[in-house]
Design a binder for this molecule. Structure first.
Ligand SMILES: Cc1cc2nc3c(=O)[nH]c(=O)nc-3n(C[C@H](O)[C@H](O)[C@H](O)COP(=O)(O)O)c2cc1C
Length: 181
């Protein structure tokens, strides 16, 4: 899909058709994740690609609020690697170091959600979760801390776009301003 169309078309999907995500699609989505910009190219992320339908189904309420979990063929648990967080903290201080790892994860998530949309799939970003339960539920390794869950599958219908506040409310020009319409 043309990039401008992709940006205009992507929206969080919370209802999915009964259709699998193919191994090629899973690989393409994960590969898009690691192309994201990241602090010092330390690549502080680790992804758990979950296709075990029972694990996915039972994550709802046990791990996070995902009422559409029954319909989901793929979950990606996005984690930060604590050993790399420690390196970032050493270099940039505790607050910025951890923030940078979270930024890395967010960049990877956006790449993966856009690639999923590009493949005709859809996804939703889930932030709130019980981190300890998530680790246990998905057998997350020590030293990996979950920061987001992505549900990915074939949208049940064309996702509806949510409005944004006007661009002019999100921007301040320093120097010559541009007419934002
Ligand atoms: C940090 C973060 C946490 C989110 N958590 C949830 C969530 O728990 N449940 C949910 O349905 N959507 C969640 N979302 C998706 C947002 O609700 C969604 O991106 C926003 O409403 C804008 O809609 P759009 O992505 O369709 O444009 C989250 C998004 C972000 C960035």
């Amino acid at each position: 899909m043309e990039f401008t169309d992709l940006l205009a078309h992507r929206a969080c999907v919370r209802s999915y058709k009964e259709a699998p995500v193919t191994p090629e699609q899973i690989k393409a989505i994960l590969a898009a994740g690691i192309r994201a910009p990241n602090a010092c190219n330390y690549q502080s992320w680790h992804f758990y690609a979950v296709t075990d339908r029972e694990k996915i189904r039972s994550a709802h309420r046990n791990v996070a609020y995902i009422p559409w979990a029954n319909e989901v063929p793929l979950i990606i648990v996005v984690c930060v690697r604590e050993e790399i967080v420690a390196r970032l903290c050493e270099r940039f201080g505790a607050e910025r170091g951890r923030a940078f790892a979270e930024h890395d994860a967010a960049g990877a998530i956006n790449h993966m959600l856009l690639r999923a949309a590009d493949l005709g799939l859809g996804g939703c970003w889930i932030g709130p979760m019980d981190i300890e339960k998530c680790k246990k539920h998905f057998d997350i390794a020590d030293g990996h801390t979950p920061t987001a869950i992505l549900t990915i599958g074939t949208p049940a219908s064309e996702p509806s776009l949510r409005d944004r506040r006007p661009l002019s409310e999100a921007v301040t020009f320093v120097g010559e301003s541009v007419d934002l319409g």
